[in-house]
Write a protein that binds this ligand. Structure first.
Ligand code: HEM
Length: 500
């Protein structure tokens, strides 16, 4: 400890700390956020652990989140840990994982100003609409044949294809590779590191990482080559063709920057590839998992579904399909999205690293410590939410006693709701993810009833038509079981889907 902080203790910690494993033996539930809740009941909202030999600090109140991620973030908590799988597969250039510094600042600015800014994202709206229509047609086909549909799988295809199209202008070859990459990140995530420690066969993982890398790299190389050609051709035609303006995907912008001699930092091809992997790993599973939770909640809460349907029918009607632009007039759908993130944050524990020793609430947080923010626990804490285990989107539309509840949003300023983190390293994809999810939900609500398929393959009826809300560990936390349904097309616009 530095001289100034020497008189202060570290946050309370369980005793004893065992050799080699530290406190890993205390994380005895398969899902990290539950083990952390158990420990916080004994050691309070701020406590420390050793994950093996790694000092770890756990925070589980909005007040603490604010101290870490607002008051002290700039100096002490603006960096993350990276695993060797992530390092290799993002070409050691993951914007999500690189330490705070000039390269992170440069790429983050580029993401905010040129890729995920409102204008660029708006220009790519037709592309997102097309991807949603594609999934709706798969639903319609299944409604026609009355065959069960693995909706969880369709959601993953949808988000993969959408990110791939926006990033690269194509999806076919890349998206399966991208899914493999994201999968191995999951296997290497902290949860898996701790829980089935026995299963961790490092040598085997490394071989798989190399194998994925060696297959992914030529595919992405090929896409870059192809896109460079397109960018060059577009340059030659500049001004002559309105359409070329419309179809600028993220990779085009990045390739232009790579050739721009006037940039403060010149982006390299490796860095571009890293960013492509980053967007796949950060944006696909997370959005699909959240949408899956939302659909499951709608199935289990017919009252909410009915109210949402009334809203969609009164705002959009039955003659045309929902569009992303409708979302601003669909407050109840937007509240459903927030309520889903409150109860089911796809990343239940947000992680940072302490880069400079610091005092929080009279305790010293040591340099190098892993910091865990139990976002899941706060989202379900009755101190901050009325009847927290009820899926009740209305809570986001009501004005609380102090006028507080209504305006709560997902942008990292309301510390009781942080599914996208907060501060400098907050998720830059929050708008893209929430608007995609809202549009998708409203479209499905408008066009289909989802009939749940039971374990024996038959359609469940009446009060028994519910789905399980168990969780499974991974890079994100999805539902334990895939969502299997037979969609039933609703009168009106759904009937046109197959012919469009
Ligand atoms: C439901 C969907 C999503 C969830 C729940 C989610 C959640 C998160 C969280 C919790 C973080 C860490 C924030 C922090 O440390 O404060 C993060 C970072 C990040 N997310 Fe997302 N995200 C989602 C979708 C997306 C999408 C669609 C993209 C991009 C297309 C994206 C790109 C990123 C990037 C690049 C980072 C790293 C930012 C940095 O370190 O500077 N995310 N996300």
């Amino acid at each position: 400890k530095s001289k100034a902080l020497r008189h202060l203790p570290n946050p309370p910690s369980p005793k004893p700390r065992l050799p080699f494993v530290g406190h890993l033996h205390l994380l005895n539930k398969p899902l990290l956020h539950y083990s952390l809740i158990d420990l916080s009941e004994r050691y309070g909202p701020l406590y420390s652990l050793y994950f093996g030999s790694m000092p770890t600090v756990v925070a589980s109140t909005p007040e603490l989140f604010k101290l870490f991620l607002q008051t002290h973030e700039a100096v002490s908590f603006n960096t993350r840990f990276q695993t060797s799988a992530i390092r290799r597969l993002t070409y050691d250039n993951s914007v999500a994982m690189v330490p705070f510094g000039p390269y992170w600042k440069f790429v983050r600015k580029l993401i905010m100003n040129d890729l995920l800014n409102a204008t660029t994202v708006n220009k790519l709206r037709p592309l997102r609409t097309q991807e949603i229509r594609k999934v709706l047609r798969v639903f319609a086909q299944s409604a026609k044949t009355q065959q069960p549909l693995d909706i969880t799988e369709e959601l993953l295809k949808w988000t993969n294809s959408t990110i791939s199209m926006m990033m690269l202008g194509e999806a076919e070859e890349v998206k399966d590779m991208a899914r493999e990459t994201v999968k191995i990140f999951g296997e290497y995530s902290l949860t898996d590191f701790i829980w089935p420690l026995k299963k961790l066969k490092v040598g085997q993982y490394e071989k798989r990482i190399e194998d994925i890398f060696n297959r992914f790299d030529p595919v992405i190389e090929k896409v870059i080559k192809k896109r460079l050609e397109i960018v060059r051709r577009k340059k030659e035609k500049k001004g002559q063709d309105e359409e070329t303006e419309q179809s600028v995907v993220f990779l085009d912008t990045l390739l232009e920057y790579a050739e721009d001699e006037t940039m403060e930092i010149k982006i390299t091809k490796e860095q571009i590839k890293g960013l492509v992997v980053d967007f796949f790993s950060a944006g696909t599973d997370s959005t699909a998992v959240a949408t899956d939770w939302a659909l499951a909640e709608l199935i289990n809460n017919p009252r909410v579904l009915q109210k949402a349907r009334e809203e969609v029918e009164s705002v959009v009607g039955k003659d045309r399909l929902v569009d992303e632009a409708d979302l601003q007039n669909l407050p109840y759908i937007r509240a459903i999205v927030k309520e889903t993130f409150r109860m089911h944050p796809p990343l239940p524990v947000v992680k940072r690293k302490c880069t400079e020793e610091c005092e929080i609430n009279g305790y010293v947080i040591p340099e190098g410590a892993l910091i865990l923010f139990n976002v899941w626990a706060v989202g379900r804490d009755p101190k901050y939410w009325d009847r927290p285990n009820e899926f009740r989107p209305e809570r986001f539309l009501e004005t609380g006693a102090e006028g507080e509840v209504g305006p709560i949003d997902l942008r990292g300023q309301h510390f009781q709701l942080l599914p996208f983190g907060s501060g400098r390293r907050m998720c830059p994809g929050v708008n893209l993810a929430t608007s995609g999810m809202g549009t998708f939900l409203a479209s499905v609500i408008q066009c289909f009833d989802l009939q749940v398929v039971g374990p024996k393959g038959h359609i469940l009826k009446g009060n028994g038509a519910k789905v399980s809300m168990e969780e499974r560990p991974g890079l994100t936390v999805p539902r334990e079981h895939h969502l299997l349904c037979v969609p039933l097309a609703r009168a009106g616009v759904a009937s046109k889907l197959l012919s469009s």
